[in-house]
Design a protein around this ligand. Structure first.
Ligand code: ZN
Length: 323
């Protein structure tokens, strides 16, 4: 019997300008930049990780930075089309005011199932949401950012998968990955991992009117689900292979270990281990303050630093709260 997946580990999207990206996620959204590294499969590109104080699994949004791509991304089927963050129920006035003050494009507050939802867009057009569910989210927010703790983002709430068909993806989620069906409304089918709640939500939105999505800046590259350790990861790999999925070998991402496969609708899924985490190569207080390279790329540091655009990293100590 394989271990249960407790929820999302991280979501990885694509950004165009590295400094605009860092500025938005740290200064506007108040997340912590917990790691500055490169894409291990394309070391000429940055890979940024944003999250809570330590970048705990379930709080992490990451970006591949591909500034040279001229064709923009397009939301469509076979994609994660929205990433939702969890916020306290009483914080929407604060966030609407903050978005206005910072020129962030956002939509009117809506309700979905039993939640409040504020949709907005990052500078590359990536669709994000702030969501407050019926139960408080017990996770501690990063306290070193500019957003007061009472309103701060608690972590990822869930993702929306946009699909041309419902059943194949639903079958993978429920029959193989252990998700449970939570309900459906207006073409949106809700599934939850483990004990459900913030960080465990996957909505499947069926859209037959859309083209297939195109992955570039402003879109999501993949979503990663969490597993306890290397052993449970190998059990997931065997189970997925037995079900006919083409699963990669385990890849060493330094901060976690990963396997990847495409779900039937075309979204790239990853299953990533919790350990070892972001303090494996720099202390907690120094997370995100400089370019970290894995041991196998360290010999190429000078060459890579010459290729990568210069960064304006958040200044320490982080500025006192504003607005
Ligand atoms: Zn990933």
């Amino acid at each position: 019997m394989v271990d249960q997946i407790p929820g999302i580990h991280h979501v990885t999207a694509i950004a165009g300008d590295p400094n605009v990206n860092i500025d938005f996620y740290t200064r506007v959204l108040g997340l912590r930049l917990v790691k500055v590294t490169v894409n291990f499969d394309d070391p000429s590109a940055y890979h940024f990780y944003f999250g809570d104080e330590l970048g705990r699994p379930g709080t992490i949004l990451t970006f591949f930075v591909w500034p040279h791509w001229v064709v923009p991304g397009r939301r469509g089927t076979g994609q994660v089309t929205a990433v939702a963050f969890s916020v306290p129920a009483g914080s929407f006035d604060y966030w609407q005011g903050r978005f206005e003050a910072h020129g962030v494009r956002f939509e009117p507050l809506t309700e979905r199932f039993d939640e409040k939802v504020l949709a907005f867009y990052d500078p590359d057009g990536l669709k994000l949401e702030l969501v407050a569910g019926p139960e408080p989210d017990g996770r501690e927010p990063w306290s070193g950012g500019p957003v007061p703790a009472e309103h701060a983002i608690r972590g990822i709430y869930g993702v929306t998968l946009t699909e041309a068909a419902h059943d194949p993806t639903a079958g993978l989620l429920t029959q193989i990955m252990g998700f449970s069906f939570q309900g459906a409304a207006a073409g949106r089918y809700r599934y939850a991992a483990g004990a459900s709640g913030p960080g465990a939500i996957v909505d499947v939105e069926v859209r037959r009117d859309l083209f297939r999505g195109r992955i570039a800046a402003g879109t999501v590259h993949h979503v990663a689900f969490r597993t306890r350790n290397d052993e449970t990861q190998l059990a997931w790999r065997s189970r997925l292979l037995a079900a006919g999925y083409q699963v990669t070998p385990v890849r060493d991402r330094l901060y976690f270990h990963s396997i990847y496969f495409f779900e039937p609708g075309g979204v790239l899924f990853e299953i990533a281990t919790g350990p070892p985490g972001f303090t494996v190569d720099e202390p907690a207080e120094a997370l995100g303050t400089g370019l970290r390279l894995p041991p196998w790329l360290e010999p190429r540091r000078a060459e890579l630093e010459a290729l990568l655009p210069p960064l304006r990293l958040p200044v320490r100590p982080v500025p006192t709260p504003e607005f």
